[in-house]
Each structure stands twice: as C-alpha cells, then as structure tokens.
Design a protein around this ligand. Sequence first.
Ligand SMILES: [Zn+2]
Length: 65
Amino acid sequence: MKQDKACRSCRYVLEEGGDVCPICGSNSFTTFWRGYVVILKPEQSEIAQKMGITKPGRYALRLSR
Ligand SMILES: [Zn+2]
C-alpha cells in the first residue's frame, strides 16, 4: 500500500502525486508520519491555530523523520 507523503515544512498531507506542496511550496516530503487532522475551517479551528495552519486540508500530527 502506498503511503501518502507529508510536507516536512508545514505537515500538509498530499493525497497523491505532486512534488510541490500546494500550501507552502516546499518540495521536501516524508512518508514517515503518524496521525493526522483534517482541517476544514482553519479560522474556526483551535487546532489549526495552534499548528499555524491557515488553509484547509489534511495535516500530519507527527513527523518521525
Ligand atoms: Zn508544505
């Protein structure tokens, strides 16, 4: 099973394909991450604000490498 990639810089999880993070423009990803949160409305989400997330999407909670 193919593991989704998470951006090392902003933790955004890429669903598939793509080599550049649509959120921060980074091209550095890791497949070693655990857990995620789905942010639908960053402006209304306490978690999003704590994590510094400003755009909707799926974000990894922990990057292990
Ligand atoms: Zn990113």
